[in-house]
Design a protein around this ligand. Structure first.
Ligand code: PLP
Length: 406
């Protein structure tokens, strides 16, 4: 008889967004007249920019011709896209990343979730708390997380790095062992960003300990303060200890189009083995590449027109973030993030629980947010608000919250 992977059975039942969905559906059932504003799930709302659409139309037309048809492409991505990424996202910023270190994929979610394939199960994994749940759940599925304790909301074998207001939501380096460390900056959910000095300390520690930093910079396009690093590879020493995940999802509205990439430097070696070669082996075995049409669309992001157009989209969301941040601060809420990230991390008033504040905003302001507790124990006492909505909705949501709390 077949046996299932028991690690899946250890995962806690309700995923954050399904519980939110249930509560919203119940409220909408009771109050069908209520017009909800959804500032919860981190999906984008602005359409693809014209440069991307035109490039995909051209590529789709090519696919309909005998000369322009493309079947299976290279698993690592077409050279035209890998070269464009290397040039624009790295070399133009003085960062030495070459095309052969870039693996194009269908999403940073897949890459973050799959990266564990190339690491031994006996590694100790450290995650930020609160955290993007994919890092935790994918390690739990692999059997690297131990047992889940519902009382604490923690897995027995994971090392949790608290990200709290006292440390500016940037985790301290652990005193004990940690082999694989997931860092995410700009951060989902707190909206925090790490400085060069903070990242340098992590890089030096990782090199000294033989650890690997799994650096998720899916929100890199939202960094607005010029002194902040956009890539871990801007930090000296990172090429021997870090892997970086990036995505076109939030940069260029590709959440439904699906294109991302992961950088595995050739100098990154553990147990005498190149991690670039291992990831290449993993991808060529289990992944068959991103559609040609989509990769042509992603390439168009790097044209002068594409750059200008995506900059405008990001600026639109950044204005929303400012409206939300300033509007909520005006009613006396403690707000964080929203400057270098599309997320605003809001402390609940008077020590309310995350889910209670979520329910209050849902029921009284008809605004859907995300309870911080859903991202980990240290997220209790916060909600996450996203800037990805439409501008008029962001403004209206702020007004409604102000009238409920004011
Ligand atoms: N990484 C972080 C931190 C995210 O918040 C998200 C999506 O919300 C992703 C990765 C997923 O990106 P993609 O759409 O490329 O799978």
């Amino acid at each position: 008889m077949v046996h299932v992977n028991e690690n899946f059975c250890k995962l806690p039942g309700s995923y954050l967004f399904s519980e939110i969905g249930r509560r919203v559906a119940r409220f909408s059932g009771e109050h069908p007249e209520a017009e909800l504003i959804r500032l919860g799930i981190g999906d984008v709302t602005r359409p693809l920019v014209p440069a991307v659409v035109e490039a995909m139309e051209r590529a789709a037309a090519e696919m309909g011709t005998p000369e322009g048809f493309h079947g299976y492409g290279p698993e690592q991505g077409y050279d035209f896209l890998r070269q464009a990424i290397a040039r624009h996202d790295y070399q133009a910023r003085g960062v030495a990343v070459e095309a052969g270190e870039i693996f194009v994929s269908d999403g940073a979610k897949s890459d973050c979730g799959n990266m564990g394939d190339i690491f031994s199960l006996d590694n100790v994994v450290a995650v930020c708390d609160p955290v993007y749940p994919v890092y935790v759940d994918s390690n739990a599925m692999a059997g690297r997380a131990g047992e889940y304790d519902p009382a604490s909301g923690k897995w027995s074998r994971l090392v949790y790095l608290p990200c709290v207001k006292e440390n500016g939501f940037v985790p301290a380096i652990p005193e004990g062992r940690a082999d694989m460390v997931y860092l995410c900056f700009p951060n989902n959910p707190t909206g925090a960003m790490a400085t060069r000095a903070q990242l340098k300390a992590w890089v030096d520690w990782a090199n000294a300990n033989g650890s690997v930093l799994l650096y998720d910079s899916a929100y890199e396009a939202f960094i607005s303060q010029s002194e902040l690093p956009h890539s871990i590879f801007e930090i000296e020493g990172a090429r021997t200890c870090a892997i970086e995940f990036r995505s076109f999802s939030k940069t260029a509205g590709f959440t439904g189009t699906r294109c991302a990439y992961t950088v595995v430097p050739k100098e990154l070696v553990r147990d005498g083995v190149s991690l670039n070669s291992l990831w290449n082996r993993r991808q060529t075995t289990k992944f068959n590449g991103v559609p040609y049409v989509v990769q042509r669309g992603a390439q168009a992001v790097y044209t002068p027109a594409g750059q200008e157009q995506v900059r405008q989209t990001i600026a639109y969301y950044q204005r929303n973030a400012q409206v939300i941040r300033e509007g909520l601060a005006r009613v006396g809420l403690e707000v964080y993030g929203g400057v270098n990230a599309p997320y605003i991390w809001v402390a609940t008033p008077q020590g309310m629980g995350s889910w209670d504040f979520f329910d209050l905003l849902l029921r009284q302001a008809h605004v859907v947010t995300t309870p911080g507790a859903g991202f980990g124990p240290s997220g209790e006492g916060y909600i996450r608000v996203t800037a990805f909505g439409r501008a008029e909705q962001a403004a209206q949501a702020v007004e409604r919250i102000q009238s409920v709390l004011g």
